[in-house]
Design a protein around this ligand. Sequence first.
Ligand code: KIV
Ligand code: ZN
Length: 536
Amino acid sequence: MKDTVIIFDTTLRDGEQAPGASMTMPEKVRIAHQLAKLKVDVIEAGFPISSPAQFEAVSRIVAEIQGPTICGLARALEADIRAAGGALEGGRNTRIHTFIATSDIHIDAKFSEDRFGRTIEEKRKTIVRMAREAIELARTYTDNVEFSAEDAGRTDIGYLCEVISAAVEAGATTINIPDTTGYCTPDEYFAMFAAVRNCISDPDSVVFSAHCHDDLGLAAANSIAAIRAGARQIECTINGIGERAGNASLEEVVMALRVRGEQFGVEVGVETKYLTETSRMVSVATGFPVPPNKAIVGRNAFAHEAGIHQHGVLRRRDTYEIMKAADVGQSAEQIRLGRHSGRHGFFSRLERLGIEVEEERRDELYQLFVQLADRKKEIFDEDLFHLVKGNEEHAMNPYYRLDGISVSVGTGKKPEAEVAVYHTRTGELRREKATGDGPVDAIYRAVNHAVGSSHELENYSIRSVSEGADAIGEVAVLVGQGGAYFKGTARSTDVLQASADAYIDALNRLEAYRSDEENMTFVGNGIMRSFHGGLA
Ligand code: KIV
Ligand code: ZN
């Protein structure tokens, strides 16, 4: 029978310690529900002594969440253990996780006062005593007690064995050996687990746990190395958020164990099809975007753009994919059409859209596609539709071009915008002014005058895609028209310019749609659509 690896999620505790990642109470509770749906085994819900809000978050999560064990963190101090015990009160499946620093660097910094001992040997003895007392007290609240030797990664191995033997004797049921500073390499971390398991009398009476930080980008690799050395719990966070460079990312360690299961002979109970959904939820709650190339859950994790790759994947998915997108909740076979795509990718997409192309038009169409790909970062299905219909004008030439904006704002003055919009089909340049509730509203009103119609702005969002005062802002808008939606995006260091460009982008898509007699529904970035009539 395979061993099960316990997935201990600490997104709400270590993850929330990431600078700027703090979450509100409803967000934490929502995420805890999602973690239960994902079927993690343990949720570390917070550090109850650290603030009333943390205490309440742990209490609320214990009261509401069914399934996973709910854990509260506590230093090896009486007040901390009592706070954790209090916050977990009433729960059926609870754990207290207590920790104390064991490396000389930490001992020197945190236990410098003489009351802990005068020499390092005396201080080390005090720490063993504190660990023992904390565990014994925690055991009066719950049978499920985890002990962590903080900065184990840089702790003298002989001393680590001494502390851990004492912790097991005192009643700890899980022994965590954290690489608190992300300093270890996989070989070292493996050796540390092997050594500690060797030096305690009955290593199988407790669960060994890995807790890795990503300072050297080795957190997932170290966690997996610990599994090979006998660890059966991994502490990790969604999207790898956490202190400094973050923690081992849950989606990476879980999928490594699943995809390469034959290497480890272990199983994990996580419902991986909810990984992407959970990642998005945590990203929204923390405001930390998921990088497009993030393993497993990134937008590009299953996207193929290079012609050779597209060709391969279309023939046989496993040429360039080691897991199924659907298994982690991503959409399957994401062939991105762009300048690196080849003929095969282009014609396969047309085929999938149900668009038939006569043999004699194929070269010409492919050339048009290549020209378009040189001008657009990504080609969407609607662009292809126009290309094939002989409306390449729609795809290549926008209807409207923004030739200038100026905005004036001031205290006690209604923002005013002036825009110049060039109508490419008629050659007319229209300048219009408008006031609005804010500068963006003023711009959009002026643009509406300049294009001669008003539109419903369904959604407007802005985010910074770089850092600093001159950061690039990315604006995304959704403009509605008779039940159909058109997305426009733009980027600029000038957020008002980006706002105006995004709106014009959406209006160009809307005009392309209007000029078509086919009935199409555009959703999002033109990715999903339904064709009625000839092309379905
Ligand atoms: O990184 C660390 O050592 C911790 C402990 C509290 C386990 O987060
Ligand atoms: Zn940590």
